[in-house]
Design a binder for this molecule. Sequence first.
Ligand code: GRF
Length: 198
Amino acid sequence: MTKRVAILISGGGSNMMSLVQDMNGDHPCRPCIVISNLPEAGGLAKAASAGIETLAIDHKQFGKDRSAFESALHDALVAAAPDIVCLAGFMRILSPAFMAKWDGRMLNIHPSLLPKYRGLHTHQRAIDAGDDYHGCTVHEVTAELDGGPILGQARIAIAAGDTTSVLAAKVLPFEHQLYPMVLRRFAAGDRDQVVLGV
Ligand code: GRF
């Protein structure tokens, strides 16, 4: 039975499009909706061009009432009835109460080799730390920020002189390769870690 996938974005949606473009043929999933917390997110137009239902729930309209925003987001997801929710460049921190409602059904991609560098500015932090390697991680989303079970990682070497933007550009193609590979497996019940890169 085909699994329905909702994808949450906040920006350009390159990871979302990688997932969408992979969900065809014998893939066990199909995208059912793309939702953004920013109406101006470029990924919404890309998703619409791909024939996917889109929705913007502007978090700014809810002011400081994060709970109201999360209720609106949850209601929109319930209406779309996804089997799996993929966070793909979604930049709002979701509460443990929200995550609990989607426990076991929500994935995220994070631009670091978790558990290193949870949170923001991961590329700069890896450079500042003098790390030899960096990369990205796909994990199940739990109440712990960027802390759920790891389902896949891609590792790259940090070269001398790499800037934050250079490193981000080196990691992003691996994100686009890793996330679709993990989603295919996760949808089929396979939780063996995917390992890519050096
Ligand atoms: C990516 O680096 C992703 O790891 C981070 O947001 C960046 C942009 O993602 N979460 P996208 O192009 O909007 O998918």
